[in-house]
Design a protein around this ligand. Structure first.
Ligand code: CS2
Length: 487
């Protein structure tokens, strides 16, 4: 079979949706850092819809860690397939908005000079929580982070996302060019403000004039939402069959997609609203709703579900106990913390449960369980803090945290090893070496990780007690019985 490429598009299957614009007229206007599956199934699809009207907003993607996306997409001229599965039907669309992928490690100079070029109006990023090199509990730059230490010593040859952005902004400043807008598309609370805070903090450590220039850039916050499981070989085969051209790295997703963007683009912007994005003055309420409802439930499903032996999210919510638990978690303990007068929260909750139950997605609990240390704060702990302040129950919210504690020990309910992927993984191993399986000792040691829990929450006796009780139950009777006992 022929490879997916610009030249071979004419041989695609008639049902496949192809770029509806002349690709040769598209110019780069956006540099995107972190060209993973999420970006390719989300923002790049929106931008694909813009290109007919705005040919100067093509995307150049940058891989920060591995060149694998570049290797897969370069022979395809940046083209790839988005496979959408609603549970019954599957459709395929070839996306052409990514013009090229650059590898930051081997092509750093090319990346920086492109970012510094006046043609680039937006630098967007999905580098995941840990890519911000910050302290998740406070949202401030971690100046001891090895990449930040490197970038401070080598400011013109940076390796971190904040370092790359800062050096490119520095070059623009020196060339008398206005700053690009920095658009964070990561699942962080106040992602625009966090991006601004860490890049400004890094600039201040370099030079005050640069920091003043950085502050004139736009840093819109965004809420991004689309479920995108990691691509498997079966997905590759399906995409290839649907399009009739071999695609080395398609992405698979659900029909739902949402993008809410703060309107903070001092240098102007494409008409994102024309392709279904919502432009708002303040994204915070949307972000909070999504992080607490969707991601808070997701992490709870991931840790408990994994412990109960479920591989996929859809299997977890297909089990009546877990379904009842997640419904109750959202209704009783999350929804009351949200101030969204215009949103129909019960409807949002029901839609989420339906999205989670999409069996065709095969979203692994293990994938969501990754990087818990970077995720817990915004997904569960903020909600817990609000509930405690209001004197309300945290019974179900803290079960997710206790399940994470058990998961992070690295041994499942059958004694099998869990492949825990987390930047703090070694800290967890040290905790387990000291505390074994003693729930009190484990809870106390986990709570002492200030980057996750901060200073205040660990001192709350009710929180500690609830965690100890849940963790004791998880050890004594396992996840399924613990959940059954709570609903
Ligand atoms: C998931 C998210 O992997 C995870 O941690 O919770 O990636 C989730 O699928 C997206 O935020 C949905 O928009």
């Amino acid at each position: 079979m022929q490879r997916l490429s610009e030249l071979n598009l004419k041989n695609a299957e008639p049902n496949a949706i192809l770029p509806a614009y002349d690709r040769s007229s598209i110019k780069p206007g956006i540099v995107h850092l972190g060209i993973g599956a999420f970006h390719r199934a989300h923002m790049a699809v929106y931008v694909d819809g813009l290109l007919a009207a705005n040919p100067d907003t093509g995307i150049v993607g940058v891989s920060l860690r591995r060149p694998d996306t570049k290797d897969a997409l370069a022979p395809q001229n940046g083209l790839y397939t988005v496979v959408v599965r609603d549970g019954e039907r599957t459709s395929a669309r070839v996306i052409g908005s990514i013009l090229e992928v650059l590898d930051a490690n081997s092509e750093r100079e090319k990346v920086l000079s492109l970012m510094a070029s006046p043609d680039i109006g937006i630098v967007s990023l999905t580098v995941t929580e840990k890519g911000y090199c910050h302290d998740p509990a406070t949202g401030t730059l971690d100046t001891t982070h090895p990449d930040i230490v490197h970038d401070l010593a080598n400011p013109h040859d940076p390796v971190s996302a904040p370092g790359l952005i800062l050096e490119a902004l520095n070059r623009r400043r020196l060339a008398g060019i206005a700053p690009f807008t920095v658009m964070s598309c990561d699942n962080l609370p106040h992602n625009g403000k966090v991006a601004k805070a860490i890049i400004t903090a890094l600039a201040e450590l370099r030079d005050g004039t640069l920091a003043a220039y950085v502050k004139t850039a736009g840093f819109p916050g965004t809420m991004v939402d689309r479920i995108v499981p990691a691509t498997t070989d079966a997905d590759r085969a399906e995409a290839t069959a649907l399009v009739g051209l071999e695609d080395a790295w398609p992405v698979v997703t659900e029909p739902f997609t949402q993008w809410v963007i703060e309107d903070d683009f001092p240098q102007g912007r494409p008409l994102f609203e024309s392709i279904g994005a919502q432009m708002v003055k303040d994204v915070a309420p949307f972000e909070r709703m999504k992080l607490r409802m969707l991601n808070g439930s997701h992490s709870t499903i991931a840790y408990l579900g994994y412990l109960a032996g479920h591989q996929y999210v859809s299997d977890v919510v297909a089990s009546p106990e877990f379904n009842t638990l997640i419904h109750a978690l959202m209704t009783r303990e999350i929804m009351p913390t949200l101030d969204m007068p215009d949103a129909d929260l019960p409807l949002y909750r029901d839609q989420l449960l339906k999205r989670f139950s999409n069996k065709a997605l095969k979203h692994r609990t293990w994938q969501i369980a990754m990087d818990g240390s970077q995720k817990l704060t915004q997904r569960l702990l903020g909600t817990i803090t609000d509930r405690l302040a209001a004197g309300e129950s945290i019974q179900l919210l803290s079960l997710g945290v206790a399940a994470w504690m058990r998961y992070a020990t690295g041994l499942d309910e059958n004694g099998a090893v869990i492949d825990v992927r987390d930047p703090l993984r070694e800290r967890f191993a040290a905790i387990v070496a000291e505390a074994g399986t003693d729930p009190e000792a484990l809870v106390d040691r986990y709570l002492a990780i200030a980057e996750i829990f901060g200073d205040t929450l660990p001192r709350n006796a009710l929180f500690r007690q609830t965690l100890v009780r849940h963790l004791t139950d998880l050890y004594r009777q396992g996840a399924v019985k613990t959940v059954a006992g709570l609903i």
